[in-house]
Design a binder for this molecule. Structure first.
Ligand SMILES: CC(=O)SCCNC(=O)CCNC(=O)[C@H](O)C(C)(C)COP(=O)(O)OP(=O)(O)OC[C@H]1O[C@@H](n2cnc3c(N)ncnc32)[C@H](O)[C@@H]1OP(=O)(O)O
Length: 285
């Protein structure tokens, strides 16, 4: 347990408090002087717990510091304390969460940009109190407060212990492979609304769309939550007979879309006219 030189109890009027960029517990009430005192103490608590979490995960630098929280716009730290410990009480654990815009692969390997993805960013329970259900208490409080469900959370580089925790308490096992450090579980993209979290409030509705597909180039972003999208596109295709062939002719992006070098042999054969498809790919028919 993590004890401090000061009494933590005025900061923890309840066992779990929530702290955002103002570095004050959500329950805090006080004047300016008390406010400065509280932010200074809370900074110390966050830095200590962040360092212990980094040590536990063998990270060179902490993921969680007071400075980082102060600079963040959409991160929240939940802190768990035992106010009956010793003379000053003790802090037991930390859970940092936030939302991010991420490019993610779905189950079919399609890339999607998901806005406001709920992310589990850092999680730590002091070694002396692990495996006693306290992590679950902290996590459940966070889920209820954020109105998130576990399956809709992405997890930033989870440790073996956290993987075990998610398996044990929420039955999360099967992951969807990603190209980044985030772990997603099967079911993340499920349900009609495709909403990554029930608390998404961005202007783009559920904020999820397929990227870089020919359809996106033709029709703009395809919002997956719209049940009528397929029908809308079908109607559009029927009304525009050439469109289906245009879709296949649209130049791809990335290295496949790069301009090919002119084939000088083809130029000689065709007297400087545009190379044929065969010549373009290096073959002379
Ligand atoms: C995105 C990230 O934050 S990744 C980093 C996650 N944090 C860490 O790895 C730091 C060290 N670990 C911890 O702080 C804690 O173990 C936490 C936060 C992962 C879980 O908190 P706890 O209070 O221990 O969880 P709780 O008691 O509710 O659940 C216990 C389950 O968690 C997992 N777990 C917890 N401790 C361990 C451990 N030492 N070894 C293996 N699994 C563990 C197990 O599944 C365990 O169930 P079991 O005892 O039946 O095997």
């Amino acid at each position: 347990m993590v004890e401090f030189r000061f009494d933590i109890r005025p900061l923890f009027t309840q066992p779990i408090v929530k702290v955002t960029s103002n570095l004050l517990p959500h329950t805090f009430r006080g004047d300016r002087r008390q406010c400065l005192d509280a932010t200074s103490k809370m900074s110390e608590i966050i830095d200590r717990l962040g360092q212990l979490s980094a040590n536990a995960q063998k990270l060179n630098t902490p993921v969680t510091t007071a400075q980082r929280l102060r600079m963040s716009e959409n991160q929240t730290i939940y802190l768990l304390a035992d106010i009956n410990q010793g003379n000053n009480g003790a802090v037991i654990g930390l859970l940092k969460v936030g939302t991010k815009d991420l490019y993610l692969f779905d189950e079919t390997g399609q890339t999607r940009k998901v806005e406001n993805t709920p992310c589990i960013l850092d999680f730590y329970i002091h070694e002396s109190r692990q495996r006693a259900g306290l992590g679950k208490d902290l996590f459940e409080t966070m889920l209820a407060d954020e109105k998130w469900t576990p399956i809709k959370c992405s997890v930033d580089r989870p440790s073996e212990k956290l993987l075990g925790f998610l398996k044990k308490h929420y039955g999360l096992v099967r992951t969807i492979p990603q190209a980044n450090n985030f772990v997603l579980y099967e079911g993340f993209f499920d349900d009609g609304s495709s909403s990554a979290a029930t608390k998404q409030t961005n202007g783009a509705g559920n904020g999820m769309y397929i990227t870089n597909s020919p359809n996106t180039q033709l029709f703009g972003a395809t919002y997956l939550g719209e049940e009528n999208n397929k029908k809308r596109m079908q109607r559009h295709l029927e009304a525009t007979p050439n469109l289906a062939s245009q879709i296949t002719q649209i130049s791809p992006v990335g290295r496949y879309g790069a301009r090919r070098p002119t084939c000088s042999m083809a130029e000689i054969i065709h007297s400087g006219t545009t190379p044929t498809k065969g010549a373009e790919s290096g073959r002379i028919s």
